[in-house]
Design a binder for this molecule. Structure first.
Ligand code: NOJ
Length: 540
């Protein structure tokens, strides 16, 4: 065991022991150490669809481990990898479903994906390359086949009855996003399951449940996981129908308790919330940044409104939706909060499908994602323009490594799902050596972002692009003595914009998605930027 693991183990054992102790009021606030995560580029992986090591057509942990060099080869001098700094594994715990969002055992790896030993090997191989690994933690609900639920449902007098949410009648609450029923009948009683009857909600008002979930978190952190993506984070505790089913005071209180617990034992562990809601509600999940830098609740939450705004803006060629979402974020997030922007994920149509496979639009969307503040999350395959729309399985198809083999480099057997349309060009092998490919653009931008303090962690000041220039999004980002000017032209025609009073004497072009972008920095700064082009200049 290396030194990092040994000291982590000691602090975690102390921390586990502390679970049994009532916290004393004078206990100092534990701080998080998340500089590794703030600004880092993350990559979301559906293990079932990424790479299959044993030819059964199902992706697995060993397959993923064999592809780590594609994600980051650990050598900063090479530019042939994507250079992502962290991966998010969609659910890997045991589960009866393909997607895994209905856990049956929080302490076991889905046997289709491998074993705990495979998980340990993946972590070791990832960490050797400087890749952190966060895992999906699905705790709002379990599978209805989880032994906890089976026991709870066995009798109203079961000692675990209160681990789930039961009542004698159906009060008729609907899913808060305007869907179906949430109370499910069983043996003359009703249990709450906000997603569906196969996913009964755990009762987070029950102290034993809260303790059990903390133990699950401790187990994976002790194994070396670097944090969690928190599924359905705003749904934990309900106080009544409609608005009272989400974002409740009890839910916030639990996340504060959970985050404090995690910070104490594993201050470097990241928690990223799936709070699929409006900017003002997402802002609440950071808690206060006054006592804990980054927030005393969840240090990151995905920015769903921004994803919608980026796609809408790129589709229409009008940057206004992005400008207004960024203004809302600046107004509503607590100071020092770290955003988590993304374009699409396993629940939303893929970018290439949303934007109609127009290469220029895909480039603009990627450049926006990778130049905005926060920690960008890329959904596997997005970097090669993988297509896929609803229903969900079509958004989660096998990774197209090549178009030569029937298994596409994903498997030597028969893929568990067919590949998406468009594999002839939307594949890694086709794009890897082409400097003009989408994949090459992702690689260059991620490398640039990682090496630029301003792009990785800088502040953002959105510039007024001027009347009639709604197709432009221009901003300055600044950190660590570096200042960059970023201009995205979402339209198809060239634009000259400025002058901006940026007190710059020099503008050095660092990156442009098309030729012909120029900036004049003597006196006020002005830029000329071709249609469908994103450009980055370093200002001196
Ligand atoms: C949100 C996840 O992203 C989704 O895929 C899942 O089905 C639900 N939560 C329930 O876990």
């Amino acid at each position: 065991m290396n030194r990092r693991r040994t000291s982590l183990l000691i602090s975690l054992l102390t921390w586990l022991a502390a679970l049994a102790v009532i916290p004393c009021a004078a206990e100092p606030v534990a701080h998080q150490r998340l500089s590794w995560a703030r600004g880092a580029t993350f990559y979301e992986i559906f293990v079932r669809s990424f790479a299959d090591s044993d030819g059964d057509g199902i992706g697995d942990l060993r397959g993923l481990t064999s592809k780590l060099d594609y994600l980051n080869d650990g050598n900063p001098a090479t530019t042939t990898d994507l250079d992502v700094e962290a991966i998010w594994l969609m659910p890997v715990f045991d589960s009866p479903s393909d997607h895994g969002y209905d856990t049956t055992d929080y302490y076991a790896i889905n046997p289709q994906y491998g074993t705990l030993a495979d998980f340990d090997s993946l972590l070791a191989a990832a960490h050797r390359r400087g890749i952190r690994v966060i895992v999906d933690l699905v705790i709002n609900h379990t599978s209805n086949r989880h032994p906890w639920f089976v026991e709870s449902a066995s009798s109203p007098s079961s000692p675990m009855r209160d681990w789930y949410v039961w009542r004698a009648d159906d009060p008729g609450w609907r899913q808060p996003w305007g869907g179906g029923r949430t109370w499910h009948r069983m043996d003359g009683a009703y249990y709450y399951g906000v997603f569906w009857g196969g996913m009964p909600d755990l009762n987070f008002n029950n102290a034993e449940v809260r303790l059990a979930i903390k133990q699950v978190a401790a187990f994976w952190l002790m194994r070396g996981a670097d944090g969690f993506r928190l599924d359905a984070a705003r749904h934990l505790i309900e106080d009544g129908p409609g608005e009272q089913q989400v974002n409740t005071p009890g839910t916030h209180a639990f996340w504060k308790e959970f985050a404090a617990y995690v910070r104490k034992g594993a201050p470097e562990a990241l928690l990223v919330g799936e709070n699929w809601t409006s900017t003002d509600q997402i802002a609440q999940f950071y808690g206060s940044t006054e006592t804990v830098a980054g927030g005393d609740e969840l240090p990151m939450s995905f920015n769903f409104p921004l994803a919608g705004s980026i796609l809408q803006a790129v589709r229409s060629g009008d940057a206004t939706p992005i400008v207004s979402t960024l203004a809302n974020v600046a107004r509503l997030y607590p100071p020092g909060a770290c955003d988590a922007p993304f374009l699409s994920n396993h629940d939303t149509p893929r970018v290439a499908t949303e934007l109609g496979s127009d290469g220029r639009k895909l480039r603009t969307a990627a450049a926006l994602l990778l130049t905005l503040p926060g920690s960008p999350f890329i959904y596997y395959g997005e970097e090669v323009g993988l297509e896929g729309g609803k229903p969900d399985p079509n958004i989660r198809t096998p990774m197209p490594w090549n178009d030569r083999e029937p298994g596409g480099g994903f498997t030597t057997g028969r893929p568990w799902r067919p590949f998406s349309e468009g594999r002839a060009q939307a594949n890694v092998e086709w794009q890897a050596d082409s400097p003009s490919s989408l994949l090459s653009q992702y690689r260059r931008l991620i490398h640039l972002r990682a090496s630029s303090p301003a792009l990785r962690n800088g502040s953002i000041a959105v510039l007024d692009a001027g009347e009639g220039n709604r197709q432009l999004l221009a901003f300055v980002r600044e950190a660590g003595g570096e200042r960059v000017l970023v201009v995205h032209n979402l339209g198809l025609t060239a634009v000259t914009a400025g002058p901006w009073d940026l007190h710059a004497s020099e503008a050095k072009l660092l990156y442009a998605t098309a030729g012909g972008a120029t900036a004049r920095a003597k006196g006020d700064t002005r830029v000329t930027i071709p249609g469908a082009c994103s450009a980055i200049w370093r200002l001196k």
